[in-house]
Design a protein around this ligand. Sequence first.
Ligand code: AMP
Length: 115
Amino acid sequence: MPEETIFTKIINGDIPSKKVFEDDQCICIHDVSPQAPVHLLMIPRKPIPRLVDASPEDKALLGHLMIKIGEVARDLGIGDAFRVIMNNGANAGQTVFHLHFHIVAGANFDEHKMV
Ligand code: AMP
């Protein structure tokens, strides 16, 4: 079993978080160290360490996360301009090994455009 991450502790309610959404498959919280005026994390309850560790049985879950990211963004009024970032692996900047998607908005995207 992979070691329990801080996100599993948040999901289990052992560590507090600022939740914006949750359902039976995922939670969406404010990042504790925001890198933009809006910086959320969409996290599946299932502790998949990295995207490369996901398997075909996770297909519906990954689709669900994308749909919920869009809904949360729309509900928070950032539906017209937000960016979704997922770091896979330590060398790509991943620090918490429980799959998650960053949702960022309100920044000047022109200054930070990588792709
Ligand atoms: P990554 O570097 O892509 O793995 O992203 C991990 C993110 O988790 C970072 O942006 C951290 O600021 C964030 N983070 C770490 N601990 C917490 C916490 N307790 N509550 C909310 N966000 C956290």
